[in-house]
Design a protein around this ligand. Structure first.
Ligand code: C2E
Ligand code: CA
Ligand code: CA
Length: 670
């Protein structure tokens, strides 16, 4: 056998007596199993030792029969105590290795010590006592090998350190009985060592397979955790998603119900997000959503003392759950902080910054008794904010509740109403600012409900939109308005309001076109008024509808300019003929320098773009004078006339002719 080969065999043999350091899991398992068997080991050792010492107490010296066993018993007791304590301690891998190694090498002096003690006693005994020593040593070593099963190296050390001197010693005595016991012991120890190898290998395998099973379990758990996370996460913003939001809401709601505390739901809607998406493309829109989501999340995380859960519900809508007994003032404070952050500029290529948000809140138990109803209330509060307090926070209240009830009544009665019989039209003059001649009339709808009396279009037009009846209603009203306008002098124009649903309908505005064609009124005498909100609703469709009307020869007016999301890009990208400045600016034109400035710049803008400027809501001659000075072309408002029924128009125009002298043809954009 070559020397190198021999060396490697010796090294392998030596390794059997070491505690391997390369398998921490095995070490840990050994340590645990071992710590349970150590008391057994010491029990075998000490009870056998005491039995032998007892037999020799009268024949051998005291230091051998009393002192040495007492000291060994005390040491064994201490060591047992130390091991018992290990069961409750959490140890590092390095610690475990150190302790196992110490234990391993400790078996050497312990084994040698007990062997030497046995041999020292032997000469004092009679033949019976002598064979007791042989028996004691054989039984004890087998017991120890057995107890040290989990620490193979230690078991082997004990076997060698006891059995080799044992066989030599008893063969040297020449006693046939003792020699036979030595042979027996050797054979049984050999068998024990074989079992030890088999058992140790199985033990190591078991630890390894348990480890891989645990790893597999951990991997499966990680995968299912990840699936859960993804199923509850919005992929764009990485915020909790709609599903997560409703789960959070129902658990927070149940908790609040049980503890008799308040909980609030909030819905946030970004104002002016759609135009960003339409005008700058989806990738810019996505970035704005991510950034807005991040800012709102930061507000929520830093808010206290209430806990706020935040999620993206979809589109540009986000949801809040406010736990921890919030008051109205807490919700307003939260709303203001969120609004403040959303309004800050966004870093985009195009440097567009026009974004704000409206928020609706509803509180349990004040507003609703189920989490679904609570969400509905928050949604209505949001709707209210968007309509009347854009960019603000609205908390659902008893007034809003009453409003919902009356909305429901209006919707129900509108469903069964006979448009032909109950709807009427009134007409309000649009006057040339300089000549003061009527240039046209705006048609305004009135509903004379048999149950409710006169209902404002501000109430029933949105109701008709909600219940999907606006388009048939528009058709009835348009046909009637056109028929009325046919009776007017040729230079008088007709303005007709279209709703978002009219201009953004999937089937387009074909029904309206055929009504215009059938009416016999020249499309060149008609202006369609469309609000900014209607345009932003679906810009592409609105653009198509407007182009079609334009191609027929109709005029297009942008209504309520300045109230919605004022994107000048609409003015540039739509073929507009007129802009109607909302009456909210006129009311304070002489009192509020800001209003004055705004109208001035709008008039300038219209002038630059060669679009006519119509100012609504003019009630006083002072307002009229200011507007004239600013160069506004057309005026509409109670100063000239309130909306009037169709049959009052002829008299009105006759009076006007009388008042102003000979008729002057005011060319209203024709
Ligand atoms: P609008 O198109 O902005 O119409 C102007 C509103 O201001 C009218 O209210 C008119 O009566 C009112 N108004 C006119 N001059 C003055 C003034 O000097 N002072 C004040 N305080 N108010 C003035 P109205 O008739 O209640 O209509 C409200 C809104 O309902 C309209 O706002 C329009 O958006 C909508 N609407 C009315 N008729 C129709 C219709 O036939 N179809 C559609 N889609 N919407 C309509
Ligand atoms: Ca209008
Ligand atoms: Ca208007």
């Amino acid at each position: 056998m070559p020397v190198a080969n021999l060396k490697s065999h010796v090294a392998a043999a030596m390794r059997l007596f070491h505690v391997p350091a390369d398998n921490p899991d095995l070490m840990r398992a050994q340590f645990n199993a071992f710590s349970k068997q150590v008391p057994l080991l010491y029990f075998i050792l000490m009870s056998n030792t005491i039995a032998v010492a007892y037999t020799y107490v009268n024949v051998a010296p005291d230091w051998l029969t009393m002192i040495v066993p007492s000291v060994l018993t005390v040491l064994a007791g201490l060591r047992t105590y130390w091991w018992l304590r290990q069961r409750h301690l959490v140890r590092s891998d390095a610690d475990i290795l150190r302790n196992l190694r110490a234990t391993n090498w400790l078996t050497l002096p312990i084994g040698a010590g007990f062997t030497a003690w046995s041999f020292a006693l032997y000469p004092y005994g009679d033949p019976f006592a002598k064979s007791q020593v042989a028996f004691y040593m054989a039984v004890t070593v087998i017991g120890c090998i057995f107890s040290l099963m989990h620490l193979r190296s230690a078991a082997l050390i004990v076997t060698l350190i006891v059995d080799v001197p044992y066989v030599l010693f008893f063969f040297a005595t020449g006693e046939p009985t003792l020699k036979a016991i030595a042979v027996n012991n050797l054979l049984v120890s050999g068998a024990m060592v074989t079992v030890l190898f088999i058992y140790y290998r199985d033990f190591a395998d078991l630890v390894a397979s348990r480890k891989s099973l645990l790893a597999q379990q951990a991997a499966t758990q990680a995968l299912s955790d990840e699936n859960f996370r993804l199923a509850n996460l919005d992929s764009l913003t990485e915020l909790p998603n709609r599903r997560r939001f409703f789960a959070e809401l129902s658990s927070a709601f149940a908790d609040a119900e049980r503890r008799h505390v308040r909980v609030a739901v909030g819905i946030i809607d970004l104002d002016g997000f759609k135009p960003i998406n339409d005008n700058y493309g989806h990738s810019v829109g996505d970035r704005v959503l991510i950034e807005a989501g991040k800012r709102i999340r930061e507000v929520c995380e830093g808010f206290g003392p209430q806990r706020v859960e935040f999620a993206r519900l979809g589109g540009d809508e986000f949801g809040l759950v406010v736990c921890g007994d919030p008051e109205d003032t807490d919700l307003m404070r939260l709303g203001e902080r969120i609004g403040g952050q959303v309004k800050l500029p966004y870093q985009l290529d195009t440097a567009h910054t026009g974004l704000s948000c409206s928020i609706g809140f509803a509180l349990f138990p004040d507003s609703a008794t189920t989490s679904e109803a609570l969400y509905e209330c928050a949604d209505y509060a949001l709707y209210h904010a968007k309509r009347h307090q854009r960019g603000r926070t609205v908390i659902f209240s008893s007034e809003l509740e009453a409003e919902i009830r009356s909305r429901g009544v209006i919707e129900n009665l509108l469903r069964t109403s006979d448009f032909g019989a109950e709807m009427e039209l009134v007409f309000q003059p649009i006057v040339d600012a300089v000549s003061e001649h009527t240039a046209g009339f705006e048609t305004l709808a009135r509903w004379n409900s048999p149950r409710l009396g006169w209902v404002s279009p501000a109430d029933f037009i949105p109701a008709a939109e909600r219940i999907g009846l606006i388009r048939p209603l528009t058709q009835v009203l348009l046909a009637r308005a056109l028929a009325t306008a046919r009776t007017w002098p040729d230079h008088i124009r007709l303005s007709f309001n279209l709703s978002a649903h009219d201009v953004c309908a999937a089937e387009g505005i074909l029904p309206l076109i055929s009504i215009i064609e059938k009416s016999g009124l020249s499309p060149r005498r008609i202006d369609f008024e469309i609000t900014e909100t209607a345009v932003t609703f679906d810009f592409v469709r609105a653009q198509q509808s407007i182009a079609t009307l334009k191609a027929m020869g109709c005029g297009i007016s942008l209504d309520d300019f300045g109230t919605g999301y004022s994107s000048l890009s609409h003015v540039h990208r739509l073929p507009l003929d007129k802009i109607k400045v909302d009456r909210s600016f006129v009311a304070e034109i002489n009192e509020n320098p800001v209003s004055h400035k705004i109208i001035k710049s709008l008039a300038g803008l219209c002038d630059d773009m060669e679009i006519a400027c119509v100012v609504e809501g003019v009630e006083t001659s002072a307002q009229l004078d200011s507007l004239r000075r600013l160069g506004c072309e057309f005026i509409q408002g109670y100063h000239f006339a309130k909306p009037m029924p169709a049959d009052a128009i002829a008299d009105y125009l006759a009076n006007e002719r009388q008042r102003l002298g000979e008729p002057m043809r005011a060319a209203a954009g024709a």
